[in-house]
Design a protein around this ligand. Structure first.
Ligand code: ARG
Length: 442
């Protein structure tokens, strides 16, 4: 029984939240004269001693007391005697753990937002330095149209911005206090739930005591936010893996964020990027695990819910590692600008620019321009040249009215510079988005 029931090795991480909850509860009990202020004085002193013991590493965490709540209470009894038994008046472990866990997840969301913002700053710095560095833009991982490296990185700044806002939104909904829900039905004592809610930084008490002790949607919502964020991280990580291959060679990772091979001296492996990519499995696994734990549970508390903590701790630990490693990699990476620029022009990536020119300058219908361009690409391919090197008479044989003006749009630089629509890849646009984000994150 003890082996399956015990949770102290996991929930000891809630010690600070547990002490905060107990302090708020004890102070309220004294204010409402539910227990004497003398007893509360002893309790608060005892809790201070416990905090000191935990910080010093001398606190005895004991499996026979099952979880963090009973470990603290048992130690309190050893330290202050009989008054310890009064702390649990008008409270249950059910509202206690719901409160502790909400506080923990709330802190984790705040810390995650800060880490996401740091990663965004790293991306912004790199994007700013390379706002006009050319690279191929891909669809289907086939060269599509030239873009700038700054534009590509700024796409991730947008994604991570939404990730951060998901954690902030989750925080707003979770910031209500379960404390005072007691076991499930509320309390016959004249407790003041507004007071404890306020003391713990909650916006208000939860309005239904059954809901207070039995839901974990705040944890699920945070795990969903973490899963989406991990998905974004995995995409950037995957791009790092691709970009650092000798075949691409778009980016060099620093020595600090790559590893060698024990037998192949030439290797520089992007291990950190690969591990960031892999952490997605744990994080999404955590979300699935907790949705399965919660599915079909009748109201109110069931011990199933003790299984809520391992996935949440694992997911936030993994996300922290992934966010920090990614920020480090981004800060250290060296874009290989020449190599990227050369690749930007390959694969007839300015074909759309040719078609657009035919529409704009010669008033061809786009479908017709697309057809002419397709033939130009075939011709260039046959001659083994890029579109920008295709002789004018070749183009004129396909469409007689083409002039040498067309070459102005056929380079990757011109292609990028022309895409000045809002949110487009033109360096002017990219720089204005960078400026907006810098302002927002400052
Ligand atoms: N360790 C338990 C948990 O994490 C605390 C609540 C126990 N409540 C109960 N009625 N047994 O869920």
């Amino acid at each position: 029984m003890q082996a399956i029931n015990v949770s102290i090795d996991v929930d000891r991480r809630l010690w600070a939240q547990d002490l905060a909850g107990s302090r708020a509860h004890a102070a309220m009990l004294a204010d409402r004269q539910i227990i004497s202020s003398e007893a509360v004085g002893q309790i608060l002193q005892g809790l201070d001693r416990i905090e000191a013991e935990i910080r010093e590493g001398t606190f005895p965490f004991r499996a026979e007391f099952e979880d963090i709540h009973m470990n603290v209470e048992a130690r309190l009894k050893e330290l202050i005697g009989e008054a310890a038994g009064r702390l649990h008046t008008a409270r249950s472990r059910n509202d206690q753990v719901a409160t502790d866990f909400r506080l923990w997840v709330r802190d984790a969301c705040d810390a995650t937002v800060a880490m996401i913002e740091d990663l965004q700053k790293a991306l912004l710095e790199t994007a700013e330095a390379h706002a006009d560095a050319l690279m191929p833009g891909f669809t289907h991982l086939q060269p599509a149209q030239p873009v700038t490296f700054g534009h590509h990185l700024m796409a991730y700044v947008e994604m991570f911005g939404r990730d951060a806002s998901r954690f902030s939104d989750a925080r707003k909904r979770m910031n209500e206090s379960p404390l005072g829900s007691a076991a499930l039905a509320g309390s016959p004592f004249p407790i003041d739930r507004e007071q404890t809610a306020k003391a713990l930084g909650f916006d208000r008490p939860m309005a239904n005591s059954l809901d207070g002790v039995s839901d974990r949607d705040f944890a699920l919502e945070s795990l969903a936010a973490a899963s989406i964020c991990a998905g974004h991280l995995s995409r950037l990580a995957e791009e790092m893996v691709i970009w650092t291959t000798p075949q691409f060679g778009f980016v060099k990772l620093s020595d600090a964020f790559s590893t060698g091979s024990s037998i192949m001296p030439q290797k520089r492996n992007p291990d950190a990027a690969e591990l960031v990519r892999a952490k997605t499995g744990r994080i999404n696994g955590a979300f699935v695990a907790l949705t399965m734990v919660m599915k079909g549970l009748p109201l109110a508390y069931s011990k199933d819910m003790q299984e809520d903590k391992p996935p949440v701790f694992e997911a936030f630990d993994s996300l922290e590692l992934a966010l920090k490693a990614m920020a480090g990699m981004v800060r250290d990476l060296e874009p290989q600008r020449e190599r990227m620029a050369a690749a930007a022009g390959a694969g007839f990536s300015t074909a759309t620019d040719l078609a657009d020119w035919l529409v704009r300058e010669l008033n061809l219908p786009f479908r017709e321009a697309h057809h002419v361009t397709g033939r130009a690409v075939k011709r260039a391919e046959a001659l083994g040249v890029d579109l920008a090197q295709l002789p004018l008479q070749e183009l004129q044989s396909l469409e007689a009215r083409v002039t040498s003006d067309v070459y102005k749009v056929l380079t990757p630089e011109a292609s990028c510079a022309s895409r000045t629509s809002y949110g487009g890849t033109a360096p002017t646009q990219v720089r204005s988005q960078i400026a907006r984000w810098k302002e927002r994150l400052s």
